[in-house]
Design a binder for this molecule. Structure first.
Ligand SMILES: N[C@H](CCC[C@H](N)C(=O)O)C(=O)O
Length: 283
């Protein structure tokens, strides 16, 4: 399944029991475009004691993340389409907290659009985590030195960490140079997702992402949420107003509301389904 081209392999763990110690390697295997299936990572759906279901997400490098916006929309669609959940509104447990997703079936009963209440952004340095921060509260305009050059970033967590850089022209964003260097920068003890934003107007922005653990992807749902929060913190967008975010793979509609909740609205699609043979099981 994918959300705006941010593609994951999904396993329904209501039916399948996987070995915990195998999960990271399995994510690397299935994500490999040459010897596996090819994806940005692996997502597991399973039972939860505190929500309607649980989502776990592993990047293509095998690292486990605490949240995934595009993944959440796909999980909600899968759960409704395959009758894991009979409701249109469902709660999903992630390592980054519990969110609420709403599927919007079309007249034919197909779910192509999903809205997710992603909860509140987090701003404290220890919640990101990020070190060496001089300011209290939301981290805005924070300088970070990379290869003896200073860059200004806004840092936001949506359960997973995001470093956002505003640029004049998204086409010139240093995605492949600054992206990997900030991802693994020593000030981010758990690494970080790196986003570049060109503000078009108060309710529109362009967005590109170098994802922690997966590199350049077509879209990043939590990143788009973090980018709109960063835009409001920098006085470029308004709280309570919907912002159209143009990602490489398409558009998401994000609102940071007056109750401090971030809402994400966007598509989710099933590409195919089938059986995966582990390398050591192949004939
Ligand atoms: N790379 C992210 C996880 C996937 C997030 C992204 N694909 C989304 O849609 O939010 C991290 O390590 O925090």
């Amino acid at each position: 399944m994918h959300g705006l081209g941010n593609q994951y392999i999904f396993i329904n763990c209501f039916d399948v029991k996987l070995e915990e110690k195998e999960l990271s390697l399995l994510a690397v295997e299935v994500s490999d475009i040459y010897t596996g299936i090819g994806s940005d990572g692996l997502i597991l759906m399973g039972p939860s004691d505190v929500a309607d279901l649980q989502m776990r997400i592993f990047n293509k490098d095998g690292s486990e993340a605490k949240n995934c916006g595009n993944g959440l929309r796909c999980v909600a669609k899968y759960a409704y389409d395959y009758n894991l959940i009979s409701k249109k509104v469902m709660t999903i447990e992630t390592l980054g907290g519990i969110v609420q997703a709403t599927v919007h079936p079309d007249d034919a009963g197909s779910v192509l659009l999903v809205t997710v209440d992603m909860g509140k952004p987090r701003f404290q340095a220890e919640q990101i985590p990020v070190t060496g921060v001089s300011q209290e509260g939301p981290i805005v305009g924070e300088k970070i030195e990379v290869d003896s050059e200073n860059h200004e970033m806004t840092v936001v967590s949506m359960g997973n960490p995001h470093a956002i850089f505003f640029v004049d022209d998204i086409e010139d964003a240093p995605l492949m140079t600054l992206g990997p260097k900030v991802e693994k920068h020593e000030r981010f003890p758990e690494s970080v997702n790196v986003e570049f934003v060109q503000q078009v107007s108060g309710d529109e922005l362009h967005f590109r992402v170098w994802e922690r653990g997966s590199g350049v992807t077509q879209a990043c749902g939590t990143g788009a949420c973090a980018a709109v929060v960063a835009s409001v913190l920098n006085g470029l967008s308004n709280k309570g107003e919907e912002v159209q975010v143009h990602l490489a793979g398409g558009d998401l509609y994000i609102t940071w509301d007056e109750r401090d909740h971030v809402w994400m609205k966007g598509p989710a699609e099933t590409i195919c389904e089938g059986t995966y043979y582990r390398k050591n099981q192949r004939k």
